[in-house]
Design a binder for this molecule. Structure first.
Ligand code: URA
Length: 230
């Protein structure tokens, strides 16, 4: 939210007072005096006027997990373990998953309480590639790459998928890079050729690569550099 709105929403300031506070540079966001009324205040921002704290700001949290098979990408499930069960962290109800994976898909999963950050990561408009290692039941034909690059029509959503890149690694293994994350997208793309996906592993989302040190089920916090890259 804009800082002028944030301040005017508080009962103690009217709009004129807010304008003055900003002009007089008495408003501090994350330790910096701000005068621009458009300056962004987030739930994570620390906001003061003079020396009085108006919002302490929550810590933003970011985790990378190597999702094992057999767990659900959800915050709660009545039957199966969830990815959040694997995290030994407080206030897990505040966290959400940036880009779900199917029950038996493995690999890179990013979990955060920062909705803006996760939207940048997952929105197709930002065009960040999601890279998967795919194993299939039948041989992968040479025509797959051309079809995936053109885009496939998904009748249910009434859309054509954005161009995807396929690199063959073996007769039944390939690396696929897609920029959307439609429901069961990879399985449906191979399903177009009646070829069942038998293993699926996410290696990368945009610049963030699954840490090779993480065994299935293990996680770590992201570094400042990794967070900034999104
Ligand atoms: N596409 C799928 O079909 N499944 C996943 O888990 C991820 C992408």
């Amino acid at each position: 939210m804009r800082v002028d709105r944030f301040l005017s929403n508080l009962p103690r300031f009217n709009r004129r007072q807010v304008r003055l506070l900003l002009v007089e540079r008495r408003v501090w966001v994350d330790g910096v005096a701000v005068s621009d009324p458009h300056h962004e205040v987030r739930e994570f921002s620390h906001v003061c006027v003079d020396n009085q704290v108006l919002q302490a700001g929550k810590p933003a949290r970011y985790f990378m997990l190597n999702k094992p098979k057999g767990c659900v990408s959800a915050t709660a499930d009545p039957q199966h373990p969830t990815v959040l069960d694997l995290l030994d962290e407080p206030d897990k109800a505040e966290l959400h998953i940036a880009g779900r994976l199917d029950f038996n898909t493995t690999g890179l999963m990013l979990i955060t309480n920062d909705g803006q950050w996760s939207r940048r990561l997952t929105q197709p408009q930002t065009k960040l590639p999601k890279v998967y290692l795919v194993g299939t039941e039948q041989d992968i034909g040479a025509q797959y790459a051309t079809t995936f690059a053109k885009g496939l029509y998904f009748a249910f959503e009434d859309l054509t998928t954005q161009p995807a890149e396929l690199a063959l690694l073996g007769p039944r293994t390939a690396r696929l890079s897609i920029i959307e994350g439609r429901y069961h997208q990879v399985k449906r793309m191979f399903g177009h050729f009646n070829n069942k996906v038998v293993s699926l592993h996410r290696e990368r989302m945009g610049p963030l690569v699954l840490d090779a040190e993480l065994a299935p089920g293990e996680y770590r916090t992201l570094t400042d550099e990794e967070i900034r890259q999104i």
